[in-house]
Write a protein that binds this ligand. Structure first.
Ligand SMILES: Cc1cc2nc3c(=O)[nH]c(=O)nc-3n(C[C@H](O)[C@H](O)[C@H](O)COP(=O)(O)O)c2cc1C
Length: 215
């Protein structure tokens, strides 16, 4: 028992309660506190190696039946596809996202043919699983010193046309990826928001045994 406790203590030793401006109620790996979604980005070129490290992290996300419903299209600043995607963003996202190094469309495919079967089945958790892939991508980016910000604020028809999304793919978000830039370069109404935000307390998030009446 003592030996087991020592092992557990050792594995918890790297956990932290504070990182940057964020505090954890229970210590966690600093990565979870360090990742936050900046808007101010430098627009500097992003190496393909970095982009593919992000996709690789996403690739190993868990999914129902290992169906891997996530699909990505990326476009780097300066490319035609980047401008087309930028034009599809909402008026509140376009002004800051133009300084991203890359835009990534995250799509999910709910139709999946399980191994050994001929007909595709509908995977009800395709969006959920794709969200797990996005989280892995964002954490890998943070580990490599890049920031990411997901955007649901885009015109779906324009984005679909920009990346020639086939039927059966649901566009979930567009992600802006870049190196953190200067908050002063953001539109005035966004400048004060350029910092890590807080979270609801754990006591209102995780419950023992059953949900309370008010969640
Ligand atoms: C599905 C999704 C859609 C989002 N859409 C937008 C968006 O359109 N514009 C934006 O500025 N931020 C958007 N965000 C970023 C969230 O506002 C941000 O993740 C949240 O406030 C938590 O902050 P953090 O990521 O810095 O921890 C989106 C995030 C997610 C996951």
């Amino acid at each position: 028992m003592d030996c087991l406790m020592t092992e557990i203590d050792a594995s918890l030793a790297h956990l932290v309660s504070l990182a940057g401006d964020r505090a954890a109620e229970t210590p966690v790996s600093a990565l979870f506190l360090h990742r936050w979604s900046a808007r101010a980005m430098t627009g500097e070129p992003i190496p393909e190696k970095v982009l593919f490290a992000l996709f690789e992290a996403a690739r190993y996300a868990p999914s129902a039946y290992n169906s891997q419903p996530w699909r990505f299209v990326y476009a780097r600043k300066g490319e035609e596809a980047f401008d087309a995607l930028l034009a599809a963003l909402s008026d509140s996202n376009r002004p800051w996202a133009r300084n991203a190094s890359a835009l990534i469309v995250v799509a999910s495919k709910a139709a999946f043919t399980p191994p050994g079967q001929e007909a595709p089945v509908h995977i009800g958790s395709a969006s959920f699983d794709t969200g797990a892939a996005w989280a892995s991508l964002a954490l890998q980016a943070a580990l490599l010193g890049w920031t990411t910000r997901a955007m649901a604020g885009f015109n779906a028809d324009k984005a679909r046309a920009a990346v020639r999304a086939p039927e059966g793919l649901k566009l979930e978000v567009v992600i802006a990826v870049g190196r953190r830039g200067d908050a002063d370069d953001l539109p005035p109404e966004k400048q004060a928001l350029e910092k890590p935000n807080a979270r609801r307390p754990l006591a209102r998030t995780a419950f023992a045994g059953a949900f309370p009446e008010e969640v």
